[in-house]
Design a protein around this ligand. Structure first.
Ligand code: BGC
Length: 764
């Protein structure tokens, strides 16, 4: 019998509540602007074209350049750090102060300055660096995302800057891709929850009135950027209609509803359409679909890329026409002013309607009003006494500790005894560059050791924790910091092996050197041969080996896992990563991180945890042995602790439910070990039968709790039944009647949906 169908009404409330006073000011300002001024507001240039470096390496803004850029062309936005090198708050005050002075004198409209403060204050020397987003995800603790956002906002304002190009919400679903670590892992819900929390941290709770301690967020890179078919950065993605709406759009939806003021666009194409030219994705899905009145900025030079790389336009003028008409509001040009001239011609020729220019300009002005920049375009370091304070350091250390994932620990190898003798080896043992990763003081993170000198590398932290005399350092393999990030020197291998003779345990710190974006492209996802050989040689000594993985993406290590006694993935934990690791290895802190991605084992099994049920099949009966095996090294959500937890009594308040119901799901979790610990409780669902091949499992909710030894807590999730819906092949949401399985820990329970609901609106 067919189940009854319920149809919902259209969604009407705006993603960001409309503020009439701000709207009036926007329209008033717009009404007095010339076309040149409007086009200027739609233009963003890089700081490098606004000044020069002197012989001492200090950057100075040139007045004559500002005369042209702001005086003549009325440019309304500047971005980036000079030479992509972090500046002190005092230097920022001078640089941005000069730009704001010129902007206010010329037009009475403030400039909006933007920086990639991507994991803390990337571009502010002396500021607080947090772990990268991949680590924040591994904490499974949204409070950490919010706090990181709050502290980053505060210290970014101390740098006279009101706008960050963060958070990154691409979904890190392909470990070959060099930007996996900038995201909150592979799962849509995780990116949505962490992204929304970080947006609230950056912006505060009222997107119409961003105070002086907060900044505007920019969600990026909208959307589908994280799954390039080739695995190489900025190359085409092929994504089903279902996955696009259900997974890739989900974090943008959640973060826009959390009030995000701006969005940056995916540099590449989805299903053959470069996103910068997609009216459907920019205007129909994002602006109109969400009733969202924020601002869309391009990524770096991406209007130009429409003709130079993507070949969907014959020349720059056509590229500009396509992008602006698709819904781009501001071009991160970033070097040339001919964009302004060409856009003006397009308007005069009727190729870009004036209504589009007015809409784009209004969106830029609205953001500036919301940020309070018209009242005062500047903020000053002197008003931010908590910049780089002990309180901020403590938060970054805490985030790093909660993020590290214990993947293997046999024979109670960890924690290490206090007096034990340790050989510290591997190219990641003594480098801040490795701990911080890209977007750290520079784009590629290559000067982190100079800027982060006062922080502890793993070596320094281990010496502090275990005593200098107890830690022997023989790296065996080192990175060549003057060459390509993949270049290594393995000439010390034998020395490291020899040094093992005198120690109780070996801690091998391996992984990757820092890189960022396209330079991080790989031709082989295996960890380097040198590093594999080093660990194998150390394992062959018979001494227990603890493998520490310090890497932006899961490089394949299956050859060395079986003989390793313990494995810890610290990913990119930031400036306090060394201290956090030492605390955990010594047992002064307990592990509570879990993998926010699937750690692959084989090169031909690069899958995510939410793979389709038919990707894993048992052998068939009969003559033909059809099967498919999914082998992973460690599953999404996996992570051990120094204590143990038991799950019991998973229950739901309704065994049968309708599409409009809210389910209350509870599970009891007991700390069965003898140490206090934190446990992230993950609730998964499986749709047993669906009209589209269902995902095996989907994360539906998560919550982190703290438990004393012997303590039991009941974790309760309140879940609207609509969370169990999926997007069909037609791109529309549907919740189908039938059975669902819920799972938390080793507990499962089945529930039944009694009616089918098809959504008539594009979003739930
Ligand atoms: C990156 C963005 C970044 C922008 C501005 C681009 O190359 O893809 O993530 O925000 O540069 O620095």
């Amino acid at each position: 019998m067919l189940a009854p169908m319920v149809v919902s009404a259209a969604e009407t409330s705006p993603a960001i509540p409309r503020d009439e006073a701000i709207e009036a000011k926007v329209q008033e300002t717009l009404a007095r602007m010339t076309l040149d001024e409007k086009i200027g507001q739609m233009t963003e240039l890089t700081i490098d074209v606004c000044g020069h470096f002197d012989n001492a390496g200090n950057f100075t803004v040139d007045e004559d350049k500002l005369d042209e850029i702001i005086g003549k062309y009325k440019v309304g936005s500047i971005l980036n750090a000079p030479g992509t090198t972090a500046q002190t708050p005092a230097a920022w005050e001078k640089i941005i102060g000069a730009i704001q002075k010129k902007s206010m004198e010329t037009m009475g409209i403030p400039c909006i300055y933007g920086l990639d403060q991507n994991h803390g204050t990337t571009y502010t020397a002396g500021g607080t660096l947090f772990p990268q987003n991949i680590n924040v995800a591994a904490t499974f603790n949204t409070d950490i995302a919010r706090t990181a956002g709050e502290i980053t906002a505060y210290e970014t304002r101390a740098s006279a800057t009101p706008w960050t190009y963060s958070p990154t919400l691409d979904l890190g679903r392909d470990p070959r891709w060099p930007r996996q670590w900038e995201n909150f892992g592979e799962d849509a819900l995780m990116n949505a929850e962490m992204g929304a929390a970080m947006v609230r941290g950056f912006q505060g709770d009222d997107p119409n009135h961003i105070g002086p301690n907060n900044i505007a967020a920019c969600l990026k890179h909208y959307m589908g950027y994280g799954v390039p078919f080739s695995g190489k950065d900025r190359t085409p993605a092929i994504i089903s209609a279902s996955d696009l709406r259900e997974k890739h759009f989900a974090p943008y939806l959640a973060a826009a509803r959390a009030g995000a003021l701006s969005v940056m666009v995916n540099s590449a194409s989805v299903n053959g359409v470069p996103v910068h030219a997609s009216h459907e994705l920019l205007t129909e899905w994002l602006k109109d679909g969400l009733n969202w009145d924020g601002m869309i900025v391009t990524d770096w030079a991406d209007i130009n890329n429409l003709y130079t790389r993507e070949h969907i336009a014959a020349d720059k003028k056509e590229a500009i026409k396509l992008a602006i008409n698709a819904g781009i509001d501001m071009a991160m040009e970033p070097y040339n002013l001919d964009y302004c001239t060409l856009l003006k011609e397009l308007v005069e020729e009727g190729e870009v309607p004036m209504s589009r220019i007015d809409d784009a300009t209004a969106r830029v002005l609205r953001m500036k009003y919301r940020l309070g920049l018209f009242d005062d375009p500047m903020t000053y370091a002197r008003d931010y006494p908590k910049f780089a304070s002990a309180e901020h350091s403590e938060a970054a250390l805490h985030a790093a500790e909660e993020s590290m994932v214990l993947l293997k620990n046999v024979d109670n190898t960890l924690p290490l005894a206090k007096g034990c003798k340790i050989l510290l080896a591997g190219p990641n043992a003594d480098t801040m560059r490795g701990l911080d990763g890209g977007w750290s003081y520079s784009w590629q993170g290559h000067i982190a050791d100079k800027f982060a000198e006062q922080y502890n590398t793993i070596l320094e932290a281990m010496q502090n924790k275990f005593g200098e005399a107890n830690v022997v350092y023989e790296p065996g393999v080192v990175y060549d910091d003057h060459g390509n990030w993949q270049q290594e020197d393995a000439s010390g291998m034998q020395k490291a092996v020899d040094a093992a003779a005198g120690v109780d345990v070996i801690v091998a710190c391996i992984g990757e050197n820092s890189y960022c974006e396209t330079p991080g492209n790989l031709s082989d996802i295996n960890i380097s041969r040198n590093q594999l050989e080093l660990v194998k040689a150390l394992e062959a000594t018979g001494k227990p080996v603890v493998v520490v993985l310090n890497e932006g993406r899961p490089r394949l290590i299956s050859e060395i896992v079986p003989e390793a006694k313990a494995v810890v993935d610290i990913m990119l934990p930031g400036n306090f990563g060394g201290d956090a690791l030492a605390n955990l290895l010594a047992g002064d802190a307990n592990f509570s991180g879990k993998l926010p991605f699937t750690y692959p084992k084989e090169i031909n099994s690069l899958i995510t945890y939410d793979y389709k049920v038919s990707e894993e099949v048992e052998k068939m009966e009969g003559n033909y042995d059809y099967d498919a095996v999914v082998a992973v090294q460690w599953a999404f959500g996996y992570g051990q602790s120094y204590t143990t937890y038991a799950y019991s009594n998973l229950r739901v308040d309704k065994a049968e439910f309708g599409p409009e119901d809210t389910l209350t799901v509870s599970v009891d979790v007991t700390n069965t070990g003898n140490r206090a610990g934190k446990e992230s409780v993950l609730l998964f669902s499986s749709d047993k039968v669906a009209s589209l091949v269902p995902d095996g499992r989907r994360l539906r909710a998560f919550k982190k709790i703290e438990l004393a030894p012997g303590e039991t807590k009941t974790v309760t999730f309140s879940m609207p039944a609509s969370e169990l819906a999926f997007v069909g092949a037609d791109g529309k949401w549907v919740l189908e009647s039938g059975e669902f399985r819920l799972q938390a820990g080793n507990q499962v329970t089945d529930i039944t949906c009694t009616a089918t609901k098809r959504w008539t609106t594009p979003n739930r």
